[in-house]
Design a protein around this ligand. Structure first.
Ligand SMILES: [Mn+2]
Length: 260
């Protein structure tokens, strides 16, 4: 599996500072994992992007160019969630028709910032018609702004809140999602989908989140579809972490996805 390091936290509106350190720490933690739960040995080719924290447009352009010219599967390690904007945009140059499945505590659908930030990258992707609203699925949502609720409803964006996941159970939710996976998937994992008890090292902590086991189960189910084409793991912040537990979870997630 290819890993692309995207060390950029300049799109985090200040909350992401430190997320640029995640790619190095997470890749280092990966060395402690020999094989994933499917007994597949984890082998990675790691590539570094050199990004400028102070220049969001130039950094986003570099990510866009990388993804546009990268037709093989890869896992991108961010960085704040703003990197998903250029990454999906670049990916869409190679794959026209795809699903965007996002695990996130927040819908990231605030009003357009220019350039797109971690709070509205998803809205910009939809507004610019890079992805169709009906191809987006958000999992793990539990905190939103009024504007985001209006937009979710207006665009009829499919989403599963943590409350719904608790009621229905992750198995039932994932079987609902898997039947929708009839085209290539761009998978974006914001680590804040997981409860802060297991993932404290992130910009916005939201209680009542998924357990790491629920997230891993969800990813394993998506992997079984054979449709994952590209993936990013974002918003891990080593500066806010305790004993590297969040970075270690990031490494575990990547290990489970090493054979998608
Ligand atoms: Mn996010």
């Amino acid at each position: 599996m290819n890993i692309i390091k995207a060390p950029f936290s300049g799109g985090g509106l200040g909350h992401g500072n430190g997320a640029n350190k995640a790619p190095d720490v997470v890749v280092d933690k990966l060395k402690d994992i020999f094989s994933n739960e499917d007994k597949v040995e984890c082998k990675f080719e790691v590539e570094d992007l050199v990004l400028d924290e102070a220049n969001i447009e130039e950094s986003h352009n570099k990510i866009f160019d990388k993804l546009r010219s990268h037709s093989e599967k890869a896992i991108i390690i961010g960085g704040d969630h703003s990197i998903t904007y250029p990454a999906v945009k670049g990916f869409s140059k190679n794959v026209k028709d795809f699903k965007l499945i996002v695990f996130d505590a927040h819908p990231d659908l605030m009003d357009n910032f220019v350039p797109p930030s971690q709070e509205d990258y998803l809205r910009v992707l939809i507004e610019e018609e890079i992805v169709a609203a009906e191809d987006v699925i958000i999992v793990g949502v539990r905190n939103w702004d009024e504007k985001e609720i209006t937009y979710l409803e207006e665009k009829k964006i499919k989403h599963f809140t943590c409350k719904q996941i608790f009621e229905k159970g992750i198995k039932s939710v994932m079987s609902e999602i898997v039947v929708e996976c009839d085209k290539p998937i761009y998978l974006s994992i914001d680590i804040d989908c997981v409860d802060p008890v297991e993932a404290i090292g992130t910009g916005y902590t939201e209680h009542g989140g998924l357990s790491s086991r629920e997230l891993l189960y969800a990813l394993q189910q998506l992997k079984l579809t054979g449709k994952i084409a590209m993936c990013d793991v974002v918003e891990i912040n080593p500066d806010k972490d305790v004993k590297d537990i969040t970075s270690m979870l990031g490494a575990k997630i990547i290990a489970e996805l090493c054979d998608f």
